[in-house]
Design a protein around this ligand. Structure first.
Ligand SMILES: C[S@@+](CC[C@H](N)C(=O)[O-])C[C@H]1O[C@@H](n2cnc3c(N)ncnc32)[C@H](O)[C@@H]1O
Length: 250
């Protein structure tokens, strides 16, 4: 446990800036800096999410059934949902689904963009299913594997699945295959295997395919220095909050 905590937080402790943003970063500030939308828009969208009983109850019911836990939103869910509502991406590609809480937030954002503004969007996810725990990826110490009998994304409500395509396997192999078929990615999101080499591979593979203005985002940027090095190498400006790092390609 101590070894795990040291490995996970070493790089956070070594960077005062990331340490500060992990604990005190404000999602509304990141959204404003990245998109120009006022901070108040973030709070409006947060309220919208909180008031949608259908979505929340679906997540709560499945979480209770398969993990025997209570589900409540946290800042990650508000941040991801509002980002999608504001950016209105036509195509998101993500790696790392696991239970599917973030995936559900992306899909809910896409669904509401369609409902409110008739904007079409889709999400393509790649996941190597954690039927057994996968070191450096399934980070929650006691829930390292999918619940018995469940597939990645089991928590995603049925009504959101129309706009979702899931590829099962290693992103080292599947990401290049997806990129051959799919053009004009608006947002790439990494949340699969958080080793330096794997993160760097995904970032470098997707980066040439991103148009100017498209976003590249990673979770768990404090597990190693891959995101920081990538940003520096490509002379990009990154925004960070609560373990997420995001850049908008210049
Ligand atoms: C940190 S979890 C993702 C959490 C998820 N975003 C959520 O909201 O619950 C990492 C996921 O990446 C998967 N994974 C691990 N290695 C992978 C690889 N090489 N390629 C694709 N997915 C991988 C794991 O099985 C796990 O489902």
């Amino acid at each position: 446990m101590i070894k795990w905590a040291y490995r996970r937080f070493k790089y956070l402790l070594l960077s005062p800036k990331y340490f500060y943003l992990f604990f005190y970063g404000k999602p509304e500030k990141v959204i404003n800096a990245l998109t120009g939308e006022p901070a108040s828009r973030f709070f409006e969208l947060k309220r919208d999410l909180e008031h949608d009983a259908v979505f929340l109850n679906a997540l709560r019911e499945k979480t209770k059934k398969y993990l025997n836990e209570d589900f409540n939103y946290n800042v990650d869910h508000y941040f991801l949902y509002s980002l999608i509502r504001i950016l209105k991406p036509s195509l998101i590609v993500e790696t790392g689904v696991f239970h599917g809480y973030y995936t559900a937030c992306f899909l809910k954002g896409i669904y509401d963009n369609q409902k409110d503004s008739s904007i079409d969007g889709k999400l393509i996810s790649i996941d190597l299913p954690a039927y057994e725990s996968i070191e450096e990826s399934t980070s929650e110490t006691c829930k390292k594997r999918l619940p018995a009998g469940c597939q990645p994304g089991w928590v995603i409500p049925e009504y959101l699945r129309d706009r979702w395509q899931l590829y099962l396997g290693d992103s080292l192999k599947l990401l290049p295959e997806v990129l051959k078929k799919e053009k004009n990615i608006s947002l790439f999101f990494h949340d699969s295997l958080h080793t330096y080499s794997h993160m760097t591979y995904e970032f470098e593979t997707v980066y040439p395919e991103l148009q100017k203005g498209a976003c590249l985002m990673s979770h768990d940027i404090h597990w190693n220095r891959a995101f920081r090095h990538f940003v520096k190498k490509h002379n990009q400006k990154e925004y960070a909050i609560h373990g997420f790092g995001i850049l908008r390609k210049k």
